[in-house]
Design a protein around this ligand. Structure first.
Ligand SMILES: [Ca+2]
Ligand SMILES: [Ca+2]
Ligand SMILES: [Ca+2]
Ligand SMILES: [Ca+2]
Length: 323
């Protein structure tokens, strides 16, 4: 199967280009005569909501479990608009998002540690684009860390260097992108966008790891740097979403993107692993500033009384129940 897929890649890409060009082009023309609906300037969130511990590292009898940090660098940029890039490191993301993590644990990350809000995000319409506006590309690089004794300032310094480098890459890679080309021929540009994302991550992450490793080599029990993920979403109107989505179809694993979701938040399971450690962080991308709210019908994970705080008890027939 793998070899078949490999040998047909070339043809597949050519087909997708052809397919992408024709119906998308026609539909785009049809859209141009359609009336644009509901202009929306809104708030969007990235919510690192809950961690599932696949493999904890501090699992021994005398150990107190893992401490997970999700270090984030945020960015906003507009393809095709010189000078539009903003990048910042979230200092608060060096607080521990979850502690005492043991194998099999499922823990909700408090919003104070996992919720990020982007204000004034405009869902750009085709009419806006024709008038010269460009939609924003908004995202995070998020790096998993199992926290030990590396001084926080050293990690912060390394991440600020990574932020500066990410900014340079976005200015060089994203600002010159031609978005109209992307909308007219998303399949052809999908590979290009994936390659751009790879260059962004390649620029920011290995350098960060190198810096941290140099910093920490003199300390007894350094933080363990896990893998990273890249999230980037485009702020377009609902009618343009189908044209944007295909451009994100070929992203490599650990990179996720598309049009910002409508109606329901989009759930992504992010994996952070290395150093015999693996966490899956259930992440939601959505509308508003409240983050993801689990419905009360959400199945309980390891607490049969969830979401109530009642203590479960074992009934006479051996079934765990809630009072
Ligand atoms: Ca949350
Ligand atoms: Ca510990
Ligand atoms: Ca450790
Ligand atoms: Ca630790």
């Amino acid at each position: 199967m793998t070899s078949t897929a490999a040998t047909t890649t070339e043809t597949g890409q050519r087909n997708r280009r052809w397919v992408g060009r024709t119906p998308a082009g026609i539909a785009l023309v049809m859209l141009m005569v359609a009336t644009a609906c509901a202009p929306a300037v809104t708030t969007r969130y990235f919510d690192y909501h809950r961690v599932r511990v696949i493999d904890a590292q501090e699992n021994g009898f005398f150990e107190d479990g893992d401490e997970m940090i999700l270090a984030t660098i945020s960015f906003r940029t507009k393809p095709g608009i010189a000078g539009s890039t903003q990048v910042w490191f979230n200092n608060g993301s060096l607080d521990k998002a979850a502690t005492s993590l043991e194998d099999g644990d499922v823990k909700t990350i408090p919003n104070s540690k996992g919720l990020y809000v982007f204000d004034d995000v405009k869902a750009v319409t085709l009419a806006d684009i024709q008038a010269g506006e460009r939609p924003e590309l908004i995202g995070h690089i998020v790096i998993g860390i199992e926290n030990d004794h590396t001084p926080r300032d050293l990690v912060k310094d390394a991440l600020e260097d990574a932020r500066d480098q990410l900014r340079t890459e976005l200015v060089n890679i994203i600002e010159p992108l031609d978005l109209l080309e992307l909308l007219n021929d998303p399949a052809a540009l999908s590979d290009e966008l994936a390659a751009a994302a790879m260059r962004v991550e390649d620029a920011a992450v290995p350098d960060l790891l190198r810096k941290i490793e140099i910093f920490i080599s003199s300390f007894g029990n350094p933080d363990d740097i896990l893998s990273s993920n890249l999230l980037f979403f485009v702020a377009v109107d609902r009618s343009l979403a189908p044209f944007v989505e295909p451009a994100f179809a070929n992203l490599p694993p650990t990179m996720y993107g598309g049009a910002f979701p409508f109606d329901e938040p989009r759930k992504i399971d992010l994996t952070f692993e290395d150093h015999e450690t693996e966490y899956v962080v259930e992440t939601y991308i959505g509308d508003g500033d409240q983050g993801f709210s689990p419905p009360t019908t959400q199945p309980p994970i390891d607490d049969p009384c969830f979401p109530s705080t009642n203590q479960p008890f074992i009934s006479e027939d051996g079934i765990i129940q809630c009072p």
